[in-house]
Design a protein around this ligand. Structure first.
Ligand code: NAP
Length: 493
């Protein structure tokens, strides 16, 4: 698709500029606004309302008011709204993709991939909505009947990050709708436009007023803080950094609020001596370059057997060298800009420190000069253990490679992190692959696969990568609670 300036304006014009409360789009109560920037040019794309503290409370009021009727709405009806939303998003895939490219920076083709992935949560949970049945049984002593039922948890606060503007929203909104929960969504300040357009699509699909309320804001803590301490809120679902997640968990403890936390990662990518190196390089490209490396699942440490490390590094570098860094709207773009100056500075400081520690730079290694926040696809080899780049989320197109000689050493290196989201393992030995699943402390494992994200699978981490799962049949459980009714049977002897 040829992307013209007119097309960009057309898509941006479709995005509502207000906050959404109780089915009404309106300005923020204090008239405050926020600017959304194009990270490829630094230019302002759109100015939209920025919610105040009062707006946050009004959004929760609306969610609370809508909860009872929404919970009573038949599951089939809720599922059909999701199904219609799936069809509308799919029909308008180009529009959503272009909007994400503009506000987040990813190349258009990748943004189309996110539309498919994000829409799949709508389809998946439209099917799960009608499959939340409980059970009926007789107690072991025969004196009572046990009725176990699943009920919606109630009004939820959903907080999403900037890196997958559509999928991170649908991964929470779709199961909440399916379960019968109402919501207040606070999208990331850097990329709120996709959520606003998606909310308009949900209205078109028939979502009743008040079920989804949106409060984009420049003052995240100030606006969401009072909601987390409000007795009427029943659930917090957060996707973002471990640092912010940790502080939200502390806040949530005051009311013993139910939480789901999808936090940061530091994924190891293990290549064993028996791996198919072509497949490993292809997997590495996906695991490292998807979203310019700005993904919680991004391979952060390449741990490669010493016998294949040089071959892997040179073939990986060959593929990376062919990438084209350009604004995501350009047809030839395969690597877009990083989200902002702060992120690019952080990536560069990690690279600089690794080089000072003694790493060798095989490719790239610096910011791209000119407009936008581009960074060169980079490969570092011989990165010493203890280097900061092996401990922190890089969130950029930078691949540090370290060598290992034994399986025990590889496992020790891989597990040497406070994170536990995902690991990737490349080996032709199935036994070894399964053993790695047993030995690696992560919530997910890509076995000879560079991508694990799938709406039908339980996504989530262990250790400081989070609590709970999104997607799969587990995803809807996060928005349900179990109620048990004990029924005495007076006729039982
Ligand atoms: P972030 O800085 O933690 O922000 C995430 C969200 O939290 C944003 O909406 C942000 O609002 C909001 N926020 C920040 N401080 C807050 C506070 N004190 N109270 C309430 N809300 C607050 O993370 P990010 O930079 O957007 O996203 C990148 C991080 O997300 C990475 O660590 C990545 O690994 C993680 N992530 C994890 C997953 C997963 O599934 N595990 C998926 C995607 C991303 P503002 O935008 O206004 O700051």
């Amino acid at each position: 698709m040829a992307i013209t300036a007119e097309l960009e304006t057309e898509v941006l014009d479709k995005v509502p500029t207000g906050i959404l409360i109780g089915g009404t789009w309106r300005d923020a109560s204090e008239g405050d606004t926020l600017d959304v920037e194009d990270p490829a040019t630094g230019q302002i794309l759109k100015t939209i309302a920025s919610a105040s503290r009062e707006d946050g409370v009004a959004a929760l009021d609306a969610a609370v008011a809508a909860q009872e009727n929404w919970a009573k709405t038949p599951a089939r009806e809720r599922g059909e709204i999701l199904r219609r939303a799936f069809e509308l998003v799919t029909e308008r895939a180009d529009e959503f993709a272009l909007l994400m490219t503009l506000e987040m920076g990813k190349p258009f083709a990748e943004a189309k991939g996110e539309v498919t992935y994000g829409a799949e949560f709508l389809r998946w949970f439209s099917e799960e909505a009608v499959r939340t049945s409980g059970r009926y049984s007789t107690s072991p002593d025969g004196k009572s009947r046990l009725l176990v039922n699943k009920k919606p948890v109630g009004p939820c606060l959903l907080i999403t990050p900037w890196n997958f503007p559509l999928a991170m929203a649908t991964r929470k909104i779709a199961p909440a709708i399916a379960a019968g929960c109402t919501m207040v969504l606070k999208p990331a300040t850097l990329t709120p436009l996709t959520s606003l357009l998606f909310a308009a699509v949900l209205e078109e699909a028939g979502l009743p007023a008040g079920v989804l309320n949106i409060i984009q804001t420049k003052n995240a803590g100030k606006v969401t803080g009072p909601l987390i301490k409000d007795d009427r809120l029943r659930k917090l679902s957060f996707t973002g950094s471990t640092e912010v997640g940790r502080s939200l968990l502390a806040d949530a403890s005051e009311k013993v609020l139910r939480t789901s936390m999808e936090l940061g990662g530091n994924a190891p990518f293990l290549v064993f001596e028996d791996a198919d190196i072509d497949a490993a390089v292809q997997g590495a490209m996906l695991a490292k370059l998807r979203n310019m490396g700005e993904a919680c699942t991004a391979a952060n440490r390449f741990i490669v057997h010493e016998s294949v490390a040089d071959e892997f590094a040179s073939r990986f570098a060959e593929k990376m060298r062919a990438l084209q860094t350009a604004r995501g709207t350009e047809e030839h773009s395969t690597v877009g800009p990083l989200i902002d100056q702060k992120s690019r500075d952080k990536v560069h400081s990690l690279v600089s420190d690794a080089l000072e520690d003694g790493a060798k730079c095989v490719l790239g290694g610096k910011p791209v000069e000119g407009k936008g926040y581009f960074y060169e696809p980079t490969i570092l080899t011989d990165v010493p253990a203890g280097s900061r780049i092996l401990q922190q989320e890089i969130f950029g197109p930078v691949a540090p490679i370290v060598r290992f000689s034994t399986e025990d050493e590889a496992v020790a290196l891989a597990n040497n992190t406070e994170y536990g989201l995902v690991a990737y393992v490349f080996t032709r030995d199935l036994n070894r692959g399964l053993r790695m699943g047993e030995r690696l402390d992560t919530g997910m494992l890509g076995l000879n696969a560079g991508v694990v994200s799938n709406a039908a699978a339980p996504f989530g981490g262990v250790k400081q990568s989070g609590l709970g799962r999104e997607g799969g049949s587990e995803g809807i459980e996060e928005y349900l609670y179990t109620q048990y009714v004990g029924i005495a049977d007076p006729t039982a002897s």
